[in-house]
Design a protein around this ligand. Structure first.
Ligand code: TRP
Length: 462
């Protein structure tokens, strides 16, 4: 009984420390804001392009539904039950559920993954920021593909411009994070996701009329599994985790601020749906334009930054559309960045008794510094390649394809096997059919799938 009382106090304290979501919809918006970002518009098209299209997309979609959805529900329910930062939550629940406080290491891996991801994410977000004044200046108007490519190469080849853009982005992230949950995150996401969705639909209309839509659709949905390697499958799974912000405790951290009565499965399904819709739309906008303009779908991280400015330069009102697009994409990146630092900041606040401002500056500073590695990967150190390629490519591979799936695997094992049935069914609103399906996916399907993909990609099982 005393345990229970203390637990209640813990929860109450937790709420007053960081604030909580004013409503169910605010929570959904915040998680959607974290999910929808560069992962959908920048990364998804470029890795689909690199991995040959349709088969990759199909594996990605299967991973989103059979792994992403149950892991998201697991993270939210764990977060809400623990009501603390991911590290403390994992330690607390590990103990409460009769396992061990050492589960805190899962939380710590998440904090680390967030820091590493944001270190490069902020650099790319800096590109979108820098493309706002570029668009406004009209340099893309009527520009040829070569010219647009040259602008991209000139820009990314200059470490100083990249550093400035990265610094501006990180500073604005730190500022909002320092202000706390309610005032900071909620307002930012309210209009961004609908606005981005609307603009993507406008661009889709353009891609249908001006692009080679049939070729684009064929590339994205015709499945030829001969083009897909097991490493490609791992990347598709990694992208499912990345785009849904899973495997690193971010959604867990947001779940900690979730009111008791909110339906976790409903909220998860909405987020997964919106996120997937925007990614698929991005692909359907990019690839028709890629093929109509004889660009290379496997161009890499520059894909969106070359394809879209080229067509913005060709459409009437292109300066306006381009500017709005890069403003919205910067916003989307920024709401995601908030989610990437939140686990780290919440942890530093609670573990080291710092103010949110101090924690945000400390964590943000470390991320900024690490980001210089990515900045230099596109210019001064572009020839320094090891393991998976440049510094950027290594950080990306390590986080998306190793840390996130591993974090997701441990999270789902915790929710499916360590937590007792009563705890999880209580959080998921009783033992109905949704609960049974979730539990089956969480205990068997998702862990097995993650393990198989892992081991095949590494070549342990042939
Ligand atoms: N989902 C984000 C995107 O697609 C990136 C991301 C990965 C993220 N992990 C996260 C965002 C954690 C917030 C929190 O752009």
């Amino acid at each position: 009984m005393t345990m229970f009382k203390e637990e209640e106090n813990g929860r109450a304290q937790r709420f007053s420390l960081h604030g909580h979501w004013s409503s169910r919809i605010a929570f959904i918006l915040a998680v959607t804001g974290s999910a929808v970002g560069l992962g959908n518009v920048w990364k998804f098209p470029y890795i689909v392009g690199e991995n040959g299209g349709g088969a990759f997309v199909l594996v990605y979609l299967v991973c989103v539904v059979s792994i992403g959805l149950p892991v998201m529900m697991a993270e939210i329910l764990i977060g809400r039950r623990g009501r603390r930062n991911p590290v403390a939550t994992m330690a607390l629940l590990g103990e409460e559920e009769g396992s061990s406080r050492q589960w805190k290491w899962l939380g710590l891996m998440g904090v680390t993954a967030g820091v590493l991801i944001l270190s490069y994410y902020s650099v790319i977000a800096g590109w979108t920021l820098a493309y706002i004044p570029k668009s406004l200046s009209g340099v893309f108007t009527g520009a040829s593909a070569e010219r647009v490519e040259a602008i991209y190469n000139e820009f990314t080849g200059n470490w100083l411009s990249l550093t400035i853009a990265h610094t501006i982005f990180m500073a604005s992230t730190v500022l909002v994070v320092a202000r706390g949950v309610e005032r900071g995150l909620e307002q930012a996401v309210r209009f961004m996701v609908p606005a981005l969705l609307l603009l993507m639909l406008v661009l889709l209309g353009y891609a249908i009329t001006a692009g080679d839509f049939a070729a684009g659709v064929k590339f994205m949905f015709a499945t030829d599994f001969n083009t897909l390697t097991w490493d490609g499958v791992l990347q598709a799974m990694g992208q499912a985790f990345f785009t849904l912000s899973l495997g690193m405790g971010a959604v867990m951290a947001y779940g900690a601020y979730l009111p008791e009565e909110t339906s976790i499965s409903g909220a998860s399904a909405s987020v997964v749906f919106a996120d997937t819709l925007i990614a698929i739309l991005a692909g359907l906008v990019i690839f028709p334009l890629v093929f109509a303009n004889n660009l290379d779908p496997a161009e890499g991280p520059g894909l969106v930054f070359v394809t879209l400015p080229l067509v913005f330069g060709q459409m009437s009102g292109g300066i306006f559309v381009a500017t709005v697009f890069f403003v919205l994409l910067s916003f989307a990146a920024w709401t995601s960045a908030l989610g990437l630092v939140e686990p780290g900041v919440a942890w530093v606040v609670e573990r080291f008794g710092r103010t949110r401002l101090q924690a945000a500056v400390m964590v943000g500073g470390a991320i900024w510094l690490a980001g210089l590695g990515t900045v230099l990967s596109f210019n001064v150190l572009s020839d320094v390649v090891f393991l998976r390629g440049t510094i950027y490519q290594n950080i990306d591979y390590l986080t998306s394809n190793i840390m996130l799936p591993l974090g997701g695997l441990l999270t789902i094992i915790f929710a499916g096997w360590v937590m007792c049935r009563n705890s999880t069914s209580e959080e998921l609103g009783g033992a109905g059919s949704i609960y049974r399906i979730w539990r089956f996916l969480a205990r068997f399907v998702a862990p097995a799938a993650i393990l198989v993909v892992f081991l095949r990609a590494v070549g342990v099982i042939g």
